[in-house]
Write a protein that binds this ligand. Sequence first.
Ligand code: CU
Length: 112
Amino acid sequence: MKRLFLTLLLLTVLTGCVKKPPSERINITMKKYEFVPAEVHVKRGQRVLLVVSAADTQHGFHVDAFGINEPVKKGQTAEVEFKSDQAGTFPMNCSIICGSRHDDMVGRIIVE
Ligand SMILES: [Cu+2]
């Protein structure tokens, strides 16, 4: 009986350690001077994987609300994962100066 208990305990601990895979995967393209799509909708409490690519030059994928700031090189992708327990609208922008209208690069993540 004691052994069964220990086995169950061990199983519980082990499965608890396994990281849950993201329940959603969303592609975002950054290019002068926009995000495509400009608006990303995700569900509250869900783990989301963003696969960000840069089409023309290097950009910086920045979402202040989730502590994300990831450089994305031209033609490459960067993967960032986040989870929001709070509903709301969170701006995403570019953190690497990419041209004259760099400041216009604004998108939104909407957690609902
Ligand atoms: Cu940029």
